[in-house]
Design a protein around this ligand. Structure first.
Ligand code: SF4
Length: 180
C-alpha cells in the first residue's frame, strides 16, 4: 500500500510549479515617471540585476507584508534578478515604505547617503507618496519626496504584489538601458 505522504508528494510533483507564468506589464504612469527621472542622470548598466534595500520610514507594516509576498514561490522575485540585501552599501535601489516619521527623517537621509551612486529611490504605497492616511499627524514629516528625491512611486494601500513586481521590473528595464 502506498503511504498517504507519498501520494501527496506525487500529486504535488505532477501538478508542476505554482510560480506565476506571465510577468505583469509595467504600470505606464510609473514607467513615464521613471523614464523622466533617468533622463536627468547618467544611465547605468547593472547587468540585468538589481539589489534592493527596504527602508521602513514609518509604515503600518501593510506594505511590508506585500513585499514579503513578492518573495514567496508564487511571484518569486529573485528569478528576475531582483533581490533584497541587508545593507544600503550593497543596494542599487532603496524601496521606502510608509509616511516619513520625524523619528525616521534623519535615518532616511543617512541611508540614502550610504547608498552608492547610481541609485534609485522608490517610494511605495500611498503613505510614501504624501503621508497617506497619516498625513497631518504631528509625528509625520510627509511623503518620501519631502525628505529625499524620489525616482518612482508605486501607488496603492498597500500595492498588490503584482503592482510591486511591475514597478520593480520597470526599474530593472531602466537600469538595463531599455527605457528612457
Ligand atoms: S500605504 Fe497603506 S499599507 Fe502601506 S504603510 Fe501606508 S497605510 Fe500601511
Amino acid at each position: 500500500m502506498i503511504p498517504p505522504i507519498a501520494k501527496m508528494l506525487a500529486r504535488h510533483l505532477l501538478k508542476g510549479p505554482h510560480t506565476m507564468k506571465d510577468a505583469p506589464r509595467p504600470d505606464p504612469d510609473g514607467v513615464a515617471e521613471l523614464a523622466e527621472a533617468l533622463g536627468r542622470r547618467a544611465r547605468a548598466r547593472l547587468g540585468r540585476s538589481l539589489s534592493i534595500r527596504e527602508v521602513d520610514a514609518g509604515s503600518c507594516n501593510g506594505c511590508e507584508l506585500e513585499i514579503h509576498a513578492v518573495n514567496h514561490p508564487i511571484y518569486d522575485l529573485e528569478r528576475f534578478g531582483i533581490r533584497f540585501v541587508a545593507s544600503p552599501r550593497h543596494a542599487d535601489v532603496l524601496l521606502v515604505t510608509g509616511p516619513v516619521t520625524r523619528n525616521m527623517e534623519e535615518a532616511l537621509r543617512r541611508t540614502v547617503e550610504a547608498t552608492p551612486e547610481p541609485r534609485w529611490i522608490v517610494a511605495m504605497g500611498d503613505c510614501g507618496k504624501d503621508g497617506g492616511c497619516f498625513a497631518g499627524s504631528y509625528a509625520v514629516v510627509g511623503g518620501v519626496s519631502d525628505v529625499v528625491p524620489v525616482d518612482l512611486h508605486i501607488p496603492g494601500c498597500p500595492p498588490s504584489p503584482r503592482q510591486i513586481l511591475a514597478g520593480l521590473l520597470a526599474l530593472l528595464d531602466a537600469a538595463d538601458g531599455r527605457l528612457g
